[in-house]
Design a protein around this ligand. Structure first.
Ligand SMILES: *[C@@H]1O[C@H](CO)[C@@H](O)[C@H](O)[C@H]1NC(C)=O
Ligand SMILES: *[C@@H]1O[C@H](CO)[C@@H](O)[C@H](O)[C@H]1NC(C)=O
Length: 367
């Protein structure tokens, strides 16, 4: 008897757990656009060198296998999915993204891309922003086939959207080679203004496609990543020209986002000051439990910052002690800290509000 009571409680518990997950997954979908910081594996399906599909990528996932994420474990979208109570978003190109999985959302991001079409040109076959948006339209058609047109529109309107793009327009375009075509065309302040005006068009396009809750991230402190320390720094100081570019870019991004909100008469966009966020743990890694924010866990050469992270690279034993997993990308633990700041951060980090407040607002104003 006792056993059957326990069993039925367990079944009830299980049932409740299942129905809660379904309700939450159906309540808010999650769409992701951008570059390698948020790519969940689309590039695995493409003929490109910008990919993270070989060990030791993914070494700290349950399967210990690479997934296409540029992380030892979870990336930024994964931690946001956790906060939403959803499963991770599938790459749009994954054959598994069909049927009910469409309700979770989709990840359209592609490593190597930038705001501009000619960014990451050396990676050849990647999904540039305009193409990510075409796929989003295609997704919406597939979703409407599944749940009907009105319901599909509601899902998109209520969804959280993340867009992370812009870093590559500096490191894989303007600063890719000395005297790059872009750097001969624009001085840095003009280039930043140009990028911001093109980013604004991307955000308007997302709005036209039905997005109403959009989290926009800035660039990290570009000059401090191990790759730039290895290439540009003799003494371990962050590369000044990239720091200066990021310092111009990030505040203008926040301003542009706030301007769009007032133009649209609603808080459609929130901006994460990822520069400030990552600067915090780059200047004071110990405060966040990191042993270093200069040396990548996986790589080779000075700061483990040269070349790619491959099976032949140096690999640190404890990934949680490193702010950077590879020469460009944060470790799983650093990604968790970044998302925590996005969720709970003060207005220094988040403008005009943090993600928790943004999502709660949404719930209150719904119906
Ligand atoms: C990028 O290419 C697409 C497709 O050719 C085009 O529609 C778009 O305007 C281009 N964007 C920029 C910034 O040139
Ligand atoms: C988010 O921002 C609000 C307003 O700035 C602040 O009161 C709150 O403590 C922050 N954190 C969470 C989890 O809401």
């Amino acid at each position: 008897m006792a056993t059957s009571v326990i069993v039925s409680w367990m079944i009830l518990g299980l049932f409740m757990a299942i129905s809660t997950t379904q309700v939450e997954a159906a309540a808010r979908a999650f769409f992701v656009f951008g570059d390698s910081l948020v790519d969940n594996g689309n590039n695995n399906y493409l003929a490109t060198t910008a990919r993270a599909d070989s060990p030791p990528y993914g070494i700290d996932t349950p399967s210990r296998r690479p997934t296409g994420r540029f992380s030892n474990g979870k990336n930024i979208p994964d931690f946001i999915s956790d906060a939403l109570g959803s499963e991770p978003t599938l790459p749009y190109l994954s054959p598994e993204l069909k049927g009910d999985k469409l309700l979770v959302g989709a990840n359209f991001a592609s490593a190597g891309i930038g705001i501009l079409n000619d960014t990451g040109i050396q990676f050849i076959n990647i999904i540039r922003m305009f193409r990510q948006f075409q796929y989003f339209e295609e997704y919406q058609t597939r979703l409407a086939d599944l749940v009907g047109y009105d319901e599909a529109q509601r899902i998109v309107r209520d969804a959280l959207v993340l867009i992370t793009v812009g870093g590559n327009d500096f490191v894989n375009n303007y600063y890719l080679v000395p005297f790059s075509a872009r750097s001969r065309q624009f001085n840095v302040p003009d280039y930043v203004r140009y990028l911001i005006s093109e980013y604004r068009k991307l955000l308007m396009r997302l709005y036209e496609l039905g997005a109403r809750r959009v989290l926009v991230t800035g660039t990290g402190p570009l000059g401090c990543v191990p790759a730039e320390l290895a290439m540009r720094s003799l003494s371990g100081q962050c590369a000044p020209e990239l720091m200066a570019a990021a310092a111009l870019y990030n505040p203008q991004l926040v301003e542009m986002v706030n301007g769009l909100n007032s133009q649209l008469g609603a808080n459609i966009f929130i901006a994460a000051n990822t520069q400030q966020q990552t600067k915090d743990f780059i200047t004071n890694p110990g405060a966040y439990g990191f042993t270093t924010s200069k040396i990548a866990c996986c790589g080779q050469g000075p700061y483990n910052g040269l070349g790619l992270c491959t099976p032949y690279s140096n690999l640190c034993p404890n990934r949680d002690e490193y702010a950077f997993w590879d020469p460009f990308h944060p470790s799983e633990r650093a990604n968790g800290i970044i998302v925590d700041m996005i969720l709970k951060g003060s207005t220094d980090h988040m403008s005009p509000m943090n993600l928790s407040t943004f999502l709660a607002l949404d719930t209150m104003t719904k119906t």
